[in-house]
Write a protein that binds this ligand. Structure first.
Ligand code: SAH
Length: 246
C-alpha cells in the first residue's frame, strides 16, 4: 500500500483533506480511484489507513478507517555529519541513510570539500534533498522524518556533536581504535554523532580539531571506503552492534 507523509493538519478526526503535489501523485501518477486505500504518516509516530472518497483536481478527500502505532524508529539516534559531496553522491547518502534509520543529516563543509562555501548549497538543492528524504522515509515506513539541517562548518559541527553525546569520526589514519571498541558499554538509546569526510577525506588538522572537541577517531577496518559508502556502512554497523537492526 502507498504511504505518504502529510502535514498533521490534513487529518481532522477521521476526515482527510489532501492538497498540493500529493493530489497529482494520487490522481495522475498512481491513478487511484475512490475506494482505494492509502497510508498516511504525519510524523507523530502513528500510521492511519484512509479510504479515498473523492479525487478532484485540487484536493483528495478521504476518511480514516484504521490507526496504529509505528515501531520503526531505531532507539539509537544517529546524526550523520557528512562532508558535502559532488554531484548526486550526497543524494544517495540521504536516500540510503533514511532507509537504514539515520535520525538527522548535517551537511558539513570540510577543508577538502569541492564546493567552497556553505552558500554554494542552493535553496533548490536543499528542497530536492528534502524531497529525497520524504520519499525514502515513505518507502521505508519510517515513523518520523529524518531532520535535514543547513550546511555548517566543520569546527562548529564538532562542537555541536561533542556536546550532544557520543561523537565518532571514522578516519582511515586511525590504527588502534575500531568501531566496536568505541561502542562498548554504550546504551542502546544513545545519541551518536557520526562524522564522514568528503571524497578527499579529512585533513590531519581536522582530526586534531575534532579530538579537541571530544570527537573520537575510529577505524572502519583495513579497506578504504568511498565517502558515499562509509556513512552507510558505519551507521548500519552501529545499529547492528546496538541491537537496532533486528
Ligand atoms: N582520503 C582517502 C579517502 C577518504 S574516504 C583517500 O583518498 O585515500 C572518505 C571518508 O570515509 C573518510 O574521511 C572517512 O571518514 C571514511 N572512511 C573510509 N574508509 C574508512 C576506513 N577504513 N576507516 C575509517 N574511516 C573511513
Amino acid at each position: 500500500m502507498h504511504r505518504f507523509f502529510v502535514p498533521p493538519h490534513s487529518i481532522k478526526e477521521s476526515r482527510v483533506v489532501l492538497r498540493g503535489t500529493i493530489v497529482h501523485q494520487i490522481r495522475d501518477v498512481l491513478r487511484m480511484r475512490p475506494g482505494d486505500d492509502i497510508v498516511l504518516l504525519d510524523n507523530s509516530g502513528w500510521a492511519q489507513r484512509a479510504e479515498l472518497v473523492t479525487i478532484d483536481r485540487d484536493a483528495v478527500r478521504g476518511r480514516v478507517v484504521e490507526k496504529w502505532k509505528l515501531e520503526t524508529e531505531p532507539q539509537t539516534r544517529i546524526t550523520l555529519y557528512q562532508g558535502l559531496l559532488k554531484g548526486q553522491k550526497f543524494e544517495w547518502v540521504l536516500q540510503k541513510g533514511t532507509e537504514i534509520g539515520i535520525i538527522a543529516f548535517m551537511p558539513v563543509m570540510a577543508a577538502r570539500c569541492v564546493i567552497s562555501t556553505v552558500n554554494d548549497v542552493s535553496d533548490a538543492r536543499i528542497e530536492r534533498w528534502e524531497k529525497i528524504i520524504v520519499e525514502a522515509a515513505e518507502q521505508a515506513g519510517r515513523a518520523a522524518l529524518p531532520h535535514l539541517s543547513n550546511a555548517i562548518m566543520f569546527p562548529h559541527a564538532c562542537e555541536q556533536a561533542g556536546r550532544a553525546g557520543l561523537a565518532l569520526i571514522p578516519w582511515e589514519g586511525e590504527r588502534s581504535r575500531g568501531l566496536r571498541e568505541a561502542l562498548q558499554d554504550v546504551p542502546k538509546s544513545k545519541e551518536i554523532g557520526l562524522f564522514i569526510g568528503p571524497e578527499g577525506g579529512f585533513t590531519e588538522e581536522e582530526i586534531a580539531t575534532a579530538q579537541e572537541r571530544g570527537v573520537i577517531p575510529v577505524s572502519l577496518g583495513p579497506r578504504i571506503l568511498r565517502a558515499e559508502t562509509a556513512g552507510l556502512v558505519a551507521a548500519s554497523a552501529i545499529l547492528y552492534e546496538l541491537g537496532d537492526l533486528g
